[in-house]
Design a protein around this ligand. Structure first.
Ligand code: SF4
Length: 240
C-alpha cells in the first residue's frame, strides 16, 4: 500500500493545501480524520450497509453477490431509492481490511460495490485486496467521478443532474438508464453514443411509476432492439 495514499480514500481535495481543488464542506471532516490518524495501514470507507443477496437488476440479475453500499452522493436524483446514503456523516467509517474479510468469506466470491456514489473514494486498495483473493468485482456508478480500482464489470447508470464522463461511458460493460418519462429515452440514446460495442444497453423503469413506464419501455425496445429491459426484481421479491 503506498504511503502517499490517503488513509480514508476520499477523492475530494487536500487538507494540507496544494494544487487539489478545495474540499466541499460535506467531505471536510473525513479529510480531517485522514490527517489525524498516523497509521497508514488503515484505510477507511463510510459504509452504509453490507449484505449478501441476489443481484436484483441489470445484466447479472439473479446471481448471488455480497453488496457493499458506500455512503456519500452529491448527485441528488429525485427518484433515488437510497436517499439515506447521501449524507456521508451518517455512515460508519469502516476499515477496508475489515470489509475485505467479510467479502472474501461470502460464498458467491462476488461483490457489488454501490452507493451512494462509490467513486467519490479511491478504491484501488479495496480492489487490489479482493482481486488477490479471486473475488469478482462489480461496480455500480453514475459515472460522475473518475474510476479508481480494477473491476470485472462496470455498470454506469447516467444521471442528468451530473452527466457521466465520456471516458467512463467507454469503459462501461453495462449502460443502465432509469426511465422516468418520455424524454429519458432521448437521454438514454445520447449516452449510448459513447459506449463501446460490447456494452449491454438497459432501460429500467423508475419504480414508483413502473405501471406507466413499463409499457413505454416495452414498446420502445420492440422498435429499438439494441436495448433490453432491466427490472428491479429484488423489489418484487422483497429482498434487499
Ligand atoms: S446517483 Fe444514485 S445514489 Fe446518487 S442520488 Fe442518484 S440514484 Fe441516488
Amino acid at each position: 500500500m503506498a504511503e502517499t495514499n490517503s488513509l480514508l480514500n476520499c477523492r475530494r481535495g487536500n487538507p494540507t493545501g496544494g494544487s487539489n481543488p478545495p474540499l466541499s464542506a460535506k467531505y471536510y471532516f473525513l479529510e480531517l480524520i485522514n490527517s489525524a490518524v498516523q497509521n497508514h495501514s488503515l484505510y477507511l470507507l463510510p459504509v452504509m450497509e453490507e449484505f449478501y443477496s441476489l443481484q436484483g437488476e441489470g445484466t447479472h440479475t439473479g446471481k448471488p453477490a455480497y453488496f457493499l453500499r458506500i455512503g456519500g452522493c452529491e448527485v441528488g436524483c429525485h427518484f433515488c431509492d437510497v436517499k439515506e446514503s447521501w449524507d456521508v456523516h451518517k455512515h460508519t467509517l469502516t476499515s477496508v481490511d475489515e470489509i475485505s474479510r467479510r467479502v472474501i468469506a461470502n460464498p458467491s466470491k462476488a461483490v457489488v460495490v454501490t452507493g451512494g456514489e462509490p467513486m467519490l473514494y479511491n478504491l484501488d486498495y479495496l480492489c487490489e485486496t479482493l482481486n488477490n483473493n479471486n473475488i469478482k468485482l462489480f461496480l455500480e456508478t453514475s459515472g460522475s467521478e473518475h474510476i479508481s480500482g480494477k473491476w470485472d464489470w462496470i455498470c454506469v447508470s447516467p444521471k442528468r443532474k451530473h452527466p457521466p464522463h465520456k471516458k467512463i461511458l467507454q469503459q462501461a460493460n453495462e449502460l443502465k438508464v432509469v426511465i422516468c418519462n418520455v424524454p429519458d429515452f432521448v437521454w438514454a440514446e445520447e449516452n449510448a453514443k459513447f459506449v463501446n460495442g460490447n456494452c449491454e444497453l438497459l432501460l429500467q423503469p423508475e419504480w414508483n411509476n413502473r405501471e406507466i413506464i413499463i409499457p413505454l419501455i416495452v414498446e420502445y425496445i420492440l422498435q429499438n432492439p439494441k436495448w433490453k429491459i432491466s427490472l428491479q426484481s429484488h423489489k418484487y421479491m422483497d429482498i434487499p
